[in-house]
Design a protein around this ligand. Sequence first.
Ligand code: FES
Length: 143
Amino acid sequence: MAKKELSVGELSRRSGLPISTLHFYERRGLIASERTSANHRVYRREILRRVTVIKVAQSAGIPLAEISQALSQLPRDAPPDTHDWERIAASWHDDLTRRIEILTALRDKMAMCIGCGCLSVKRCPLVNADDHLANDGPGARLL
Ligand code: FES
């Protein structure tokens, strides 16, 4: 039968994250440990999934504050179930779609700008990417 808790070293090995990162997550309230009678830090096994979600979300560019906010919706006294994780994934769906669109546009426009290097506020789509009104002509378009 598997142990119910993981030491910080075991959590580090299983997650692939340094112990210092796990302590950082704990200081930020993203994960929580318990103390043994010998005052050693231990983590419930479901913390491994939480750490994996944090790692994947960070690699997708989701800020730690947003990850923290989403994880705060999970139950405190019971392991999250499939519906809990689906709710978090759904809450990030639109934001991730928006990030993908921005990065795709950046990738495509960057190819156009390589070799130019002007970074002109007036005409470079990388510098002024959201200037949709520039297509209507120069000057203030909303006055
Ligand atoms: S760098 Fe010249 S148009 Fe973007």
